[in-house]
Design a protein around this ligand. Structure first.
Ligand code: ATR
Length: 273
């Protein structure tokens, strides 16, 4: 991960596998230009076996911070010398920062990014009935911030009941259980499974969405995702996808690293162009 960039420029980057299509370099370059910050932000494709060694070398060589994406988020949480409370809660790290004393801080800005994007879209979840589909790492990252907004109900439904209950306590259930509910549709449905990567959606009753439903997919695709297409086809009043969350979690990482939060308007426009 060494490169020839002058030591005086602060170095950042995104680590993933694969990472070639990551939009983070473009987003952070826009933030840096807009705020007059002198930094470079590169992509690093690291296989799992190389992650810990190469990330250590990046920071030892003076690197300031890294975003971490699939499949390294849990490894990054183990690598960090210290975790923020929200990273500990999520059990995963999407942002690493070198502290002044050389130790590495692990943070997770995904939940804050989702909340900022929902706010930007005018979706206030306070007192709303909210359903999350999926109980993996993505759900763990957003559950705390969602709960903090005090929805009327927050239900986690998953293929495997155990994982849903583990995360959500008594409001966890399996997909089939949703079909028996009398109080459908939900106000907000958040899709957080990894099925979109295979072009699929969870096997769940279409009654969860209706004209009053805001359906949000944590994943993203152009111009839609399998889940946003499914939700639209089944009558969801409004859909949105996680490209907006990507921009907002980047702004939260930038804030951690540089001490200021960039205006995200131009980046939102650029990522959907
Ligand atoms: P991530 O960290 O990306 O969330 P994960 O922790 O492996 O990845 O979680 C993947 C999520 O997608 C889980 O909710 C998983 O359901 P299970 O807990 O039952 O495995 C869900 N998922 C993955 N493949 C699925 C499938 N074919 N059908 C239904 N749900 C699936």
């Amino acid at each position: 991960m060494q490169n020839s960039v002058a030591r005086s420029i602060d170095r950042y980057g995104v680590v993933g596998h694969p990472v070639a299509h990551s939009r983070s370099p473009m987003i952070h370059a826009m933030f840096a230009a807009a705020t007059g910050q002198n930094l470079v932000y590169d992509r690093y494709d690291l296989a799992p076996d190389d992650f810990t060694r190469e990330v250590g070398a990046f920071f030892a060589a003076g690197g300031r911070g890294l975003n971490v994406t699939v499949p390294h988020k849990e490894t990054a949480a183990r690598l960090a010398d210290e975790l923020t409370p929200r990273a500990r809660l999520a059990g995963a790290v999407n942002t690493l920062a070198r502290l002044d004393d050389g130790r590495i801080l692990g943070d997770n800005t995904d939940g804050a990014g989702l909340m900022a994007d929902l706010h930007r879209l005018g979706c206030d979840i306070t007192d709303k009935r909210v359903l999350i589909l999926g109980a993996g790492g993505a759900t763990r990252g957003i559950l705390g911030p969602l709960r903090d907004r005090r929805p009327a109900e927050l239900i986690v439904a998953n293929r495997t009941a155990e994982r849903a209950r583990e995360l959500a306590g008594h409001s966890g259930c399996v997909y089939e259980a949703l079909a028996t509910r009398k109080d459908l549709p939900f106000d907000v449905v958040i899709h957080a499974t990894s099925l979109g990567l295979e072009g699929k959606v969870p096997a769940v009753t279409a009654k969860i969405v209706g004209p009053g439903t805001f359906a949000y997919d944590l994943g993203y695709g152009k111009p839609e995702t399998p889940f946003t297409r499914w939700a639209t086809e089944h009558g969801a009043g409004r859909v949105a996808q996680g490209i907006g969350m990507l921009v907002e979690q980047a702004a939260e990482s930038f804030l951690l690293w540089r001490g200021l939060r960039p205006d995200t308007t131009a980046a939102h426009r650029a990522v959907i162009a």
